[in-house]
Ligand binder design. Sequence first.
Ligand code: 2AM
Ligand code: CA
Ligand code: CA
Ligand code: CA
Length: 279
Amino acid sequence: QPESIIGGKSFTAVAVNCAAKAGEWIKSKMGNFTQLDTKYSMHDLVTEVDKGAERMIRNLIATHFPTHSFLGEEGVEPGPEASAKALQDVSEAEYLWIVDPVDGTTNYVHGFPFYSVSIALAYRGQVIVGVVYDPSRDELFVAERGKGAYVHGRRMQVSKEAGLNKSLIATGFPAEQHVALPANMKGIQALAPKVRNLRVAGSAALHLAYVAAGRLSGFWEYNLSSWDIAAGSLLVEEAGGRLSDLSGRPYDIAVRNVSASNGLIHEELLEELQAAART
Ligand code: 2AM
Ligand code: CA
Ligand code: CA
Ligand code: CA
């Protein structure tokens, strides 16, 4: 069993503190950052705010937990191979913090207020704390394994829609569009007539938080990285939902093609996506 308290500071308290501090700073820089660069492709953006926020979070975690390992998006070379390898490199870690300082950088750059700070702590590869913070709405989503998931201090529960026909479902456009875009477009085409409606809002972590909060009944996306999903995964699980990869295998931190739902529509969602991918 992992210790939940070290040096008087609980893991969750530090995660929340990091998310709140970084989130406040990120929001204050919205619209007045100065450096905008592309990384792996023209779709892959980064600003000095992404890097600064990650440094802030990393330093704060290191102060409290100097022996813990850290994996953050901006500390890793761009591209899917490098992010998979970076996760491999820390696979032996006992305590591993998995951090996306700004999830939804494209939105952030365009002033579209849907982005988040995503902070997870894994113990021997299993996520035990997940925090997603939305600075635009000052919404803090927090989960501890075995203790539930909360927003604004209120317990979250996934939605109760039992069929796709009553469901609001979100997805994301794969960043490296040549890889998974055709498969995803087939999924969108197959699902659009069967669901109440679809949304593509641009932050995987926040989409997962919304599944946990019952605001979405499901979400799927191709080609994500560990830091996009880890914190949100625990929110969904602790709110009573289900997570898997698109073939139905249970979630682990290496999963890249993810599906999350209220549980009730999970099989139906996977079947539709799998059937669409075969066409
Ligand atoms: P980011 O903003 O942290 O990069 C939107 O569909 C999701 O895809 C976001 O969670 C976004 O995270 C992620 N994303 C954006 N660009 C990406 C890239 N080049 N590779 C992988 N994921 C990416
Ligand atoms: Ca990015
Ligand atoms: Ca991300
Ligand atoms: Ca990011």
